[in-house]
Ligand binder design. Sequence first.
Ligand SMILES: NC(=O)c1ccc[n+]([C@@H]2O[C@H](COP(=O)([O-])OP(=O)(O)OC[C@H]3O[C@@H](n4cnc5c(N)ncnc54)[C@H](OP(=O)(O)O)[C@@H]3O)[C@@H](O)[C@H]2O)c1
Length: 374
Amino acid sequence: AIYRGRCHQTCDRCGLYYRCSTSFPYAHPLSVHLQVPLIARAVGDRGLVSQLLGPKFGAFLVCGSLGGKSIPGLAPLVSIKQVYKLEYVNANTKVFGVISNPVGHSKGPVLHNPAFRHTGYNGIYVPMLVDDIKEFFRVYSCTDFAGFSVGIPHKEAAIGCCDEVHPLAKSIGAVNTIVRRPTDGKLVGYNTDCEACITAIEDALRERRIANGEASHTSPLYGKVFVLVGAGGAGRAMAFGAKSRGAQVVIFNRNYERAKALAQAVSGKALPYECLDKFCPENGMILANASAVGMQPNINQTPVSKEALGAYELVFDAVYTPRNTRLLQEAAEAGAIVVSGVEMFIRQALGQFKLFTDGLAPGDFMRQIVLEQF
Ligand SMILES: NC(=O)c1ccc[n+]([C@@H]2O[C@H](COP(=O)([O-])OP(=O)(O)OC[C@H]3O[C@@H](n4cnc5c(N)ncnc54)[C@H](OP(=O)(O)O)[C@@H]3O)[C@@H](O)[C@H]2O)c1
């Protein structure tokens, strides 16, 4: 039987979350009294999670699309078999996911699912297209939903959804990881973006220093002008990280008020977005793009003109889809050290995996997947 219900309630038996109109109350009694097995599946992009979690909640059948093509609400058969491996999902499987909007670009599933299996952890990691994060956590209160990556645009609002927030995440004002504590079910928020991007930049600078025979114990960011584009969740993490290393943080953001508020929080400086290309107080600065400019599908966009890139020793781009953004290509042509958002992605994912599983992340394995597949 195929029932195309459109509701906004949760089934406490199957854990599925139905959004839209009101037919769920009719579907639920139907499933209770039905003499034959019934698979309920939400459709569209928001319904994908119901398809992928079917086996956890007792479904004996899962559908996938053919030809590697993703259809809204239906994952390609090839990823059901190779990424999610739904044949291993059972009632004890812990559910993790990325809460974001949009969510289709996230590489989390292709990284975390194989890492779960590599370490023998019974978990699944799914994309969760979420509009309203508060409503999401109200509905997904079941302890089986054990942990979440938080993406665009929810990182700041996620703080208000947590019962406890790690001090670093609290000072940053953004959470990118939420773990449901097994002992009491409380939601605890963390930020793994901050150390991920700052250590990626530091390691690249140190490599250059060592090659030049200039090794030092202090952070290579100490005293540097750190030009930050973007003041959203990722931008806040970078601003606090750069400040913690003694850099002078200068922030440019499309929304100037947001830049000013962040600059004040890190004792930095905010300048109007239009001045970014002309900003050149010295050579050898660090540029970090934490805005969504250049992200798929807008891959021809770049936040800084090629001509202005000569002033930077290192250019980092948080955008990781595509891996080699226009900004990074032009920065390399201008002679800068370039650090891809993929490096940050690997490091923040390792941090998340440790928090999710309360154990060590398989670093080499996860790095290999990212470098092979992204
Ligand atoms: N590599 C990684 O591991 C990693 C981790 C986190 C994030 N990221 C990437 O970092 C980027 C930002 O993520 P987020 O979580 O910080 O998102 P967010 O909180 O939604 O912030 C988005 C930022 O991008 C700016 N922005 C968006 N569209 C713009 C446009 N057309 N022109 C100028 N500025 C624009 C926003 O400026 P306004 O304030 O003016 O709106 C804001 O500063 C995304 O591309 C994301 O994929 C990568």
